[in-house]
Design a protein around this ligand. Structure first.
Ligand SMILES: Cc1cc2nc3c(=O)[nH]c(=O)nc-3n(C[C@H](O)[C@H](O)[C@H](O)COP(=O)(O)O)c2cc1C
Ligand SMILES: O=C(O)C(=O)c1ccccc1
Length: 432
């Protein structure tokens, strides 16, 4: 049974499924979901997805921050006929949920981004295409009909490449550009370092680049002598050859240049501009008619600067604890950013969302919508498109139930007074 045209499994349907004896493709509990994916994935792939920066204290903090808030449900408020849809940038979405941009999805499943695109389109939940995708955005867009999608940009050292990515995103029907600012350099990630296994070094997350005409033209030119020296050594070369043997189809397909190592080198030399400053944002805003959101905002002052520079939204995120070990939990940063933004643009949130109650808490603290990250990647690893769809349906079903059981008939009724700090755990109000 589907309600209002989207695939949220409501309670009635869950009972029906149970009675029909249909077994779910993925565990419902987020910890068991992660555990099952760990068993299914290669050691390297799981380390890459699950891992975080340094001691992973921020990965843990993201979850602890949710635990420190408790919901105070209201009763007798007539919660039949609930409405979980929201409007964002002029588009009605089935729920305040998007799928976060996640790179190198090939590490989880052969069909990678295309399987996620199909699942997202089936549910009408927007997918944010990653700059580090394993499949070109054109292929994903073609699998989505007119379902909503956005594009996430890493600002390259090449302005020409930035322009090309943005133009392609527009042609692919993307409805917003998300500029990720917390990953100008890849974080210090011990799990990947110990396994010497950064997947993108092996040509697995550079399809957006190798499918780009500007990038491919650059492949014919020599790399600049300084700054362009790639961190590719003998062991990377060995890994490349090994990978090409193991996955001849997928790997070579991704590197249509026929020069895999050259493509990886060029990617490393061009993917990120560490010198980027606030003044540079005008270049991007002038080149697109799409709304521009900044991802990785944690400090209220940066939220104020974002508004000053004319952006259309911010995403409060610490990249799932993958970048700065010891960084503030994203949920703890949310109230300060919400206060600074003061309703002028949407404030999205990610990092630590694992279930529907988490969405409720983030919204009660002022988020407009949230992005789901690792859980859908685990669904992908376990059961491809079906796994992604089930994970998202579960999260949305729990959100709908939480909302109704807390006494809210619509997302607009989710308010700050429905949350209290858990007793005995003081809640800081960082920067606010
Ligand atoms: C394996 C992996 C790859 C990611 N790749 C990207 C990326 O290419 N671009 C980006 O903006 N964020 C990327 N992120 C960050 C996510 O968009 C999101 O901020 C993060 O997953 C949220 O944390 P959570 O998954 O713990 O909830 C990645 C995250 C993971 C786990
Ligand atoms: O791993 C990541 O989190 C990520 O965002 C990324 C950035 C550059 C290359 C590959 C992945």
């Amino acid at each position: 049974m589907r309600e209002r045209g989207f695939g949220v499994r409501r309670q009635t349907e869950i009972y029906t499924s149970g009675l029909a004896g249909r077994r779910p493709a993925v565990p419902t509990d987020p910890d068991r979901l992660e555990g099952a994916a760990r068993k299914k994935m290669s050691r390297e792939a799981f380390a890459y997805v699950a891992g975080g920066a340094g001691s992973e204290s921020t990965v843990r903090a993201n979850r602890v921050a949710f635990e420190r808030w408790r919901i105070v449900p209201r009763v007798l408020r007539g919660v039949a006929g609930r409405e979980v849809s929201v409007e964002l940038f002029g588009r009605r979405l089935p729920a305040p949920l998007l799928l976060a941009p996640v790179g190198v999805l090939e590490a989880a499943h052969r069909e990678a981004d295309v399987a996620v695109a199909r699942a997202a389109a089936r549910l009408g939940v927007p997918l944010v295409f990653s700059s580090q995708a394993s499949r070109p955005m054109e292929e994903c867009a073609a699998a989505m009909g007119d379902a909503p999608r956005w594009f996430q940009l890493y600002w390259s050292t090449s302005d020409e490449l930035v322009e090309s990515f943005v133009a392609r995103a527009e042609r692919c029907g993307c409805e917003a550009i998300v500029l990720t600012l917390d990953t100008t350099m890849l974080g210090w990630r011990p799990r990947d370092l110990d396994l010497a296994s950064l997947p993108f070094l092996r040509g697995r997350g550079i399809a957006q680049y190798t499918s780009d005409p500007v990038f491919r033209r650059a492949l014919d030119r020599p790399l600049p002598p300084s700054g362009g020296r790639p961190a590719v050594n003998l062991s990377t070369l060995r890994a490349l050859v090994g990978l090409a043997r193991r996955y001849p189809g997928g790997f070579l397909e991704n590197l249509r240049s026929g020069e895999p190592l050259a493509a990886v080198r060029r990617f490393i030399a061009t993917y990120s501009r560490t010198s980027l400053r606030w003044e540079d944002l005008a270049f991007l805003c002038e080149r697109t008619r799409l709304p521009v959101l900044l991802k990785g905002i944690l400090h209220p002052e940066d939220a104020r600067l974002a508004l000053e520079h004319g952006v259309d939204g911010v995403i409060v995120s610490n990249h799932g604890g993958r970048q700065v070990d010891g960084a503030i939990a994203a949920l703890d940063a949310l109230p300060g950013v919400v206060e600074a933004v003061d309703g002028r643009v949407p404030v999205l949130f990610d990092s630590g969302v694992r279930g529907g109650a988490d969405i409720f808490k983030a919204l009660a603290l002022g988020a407009t919508a949230v992005c789901l990250g690792r859980p859908y990647v685990y669904g992908l690893a376990l059961a491809g498109e079906k796994g992604v769809a089930e994970v998202v349906e579960n999260v949305l079903a729990e959100f709908d139930l939480t909302m109704g059981l807390a006494g809210c008939r619509s997302v607009a009724e989710i308010s700050r007074d429905l949350l209290v700090p858990a007793p005995g755990t003081p809640v800081s109000s960082p920067g606010g």
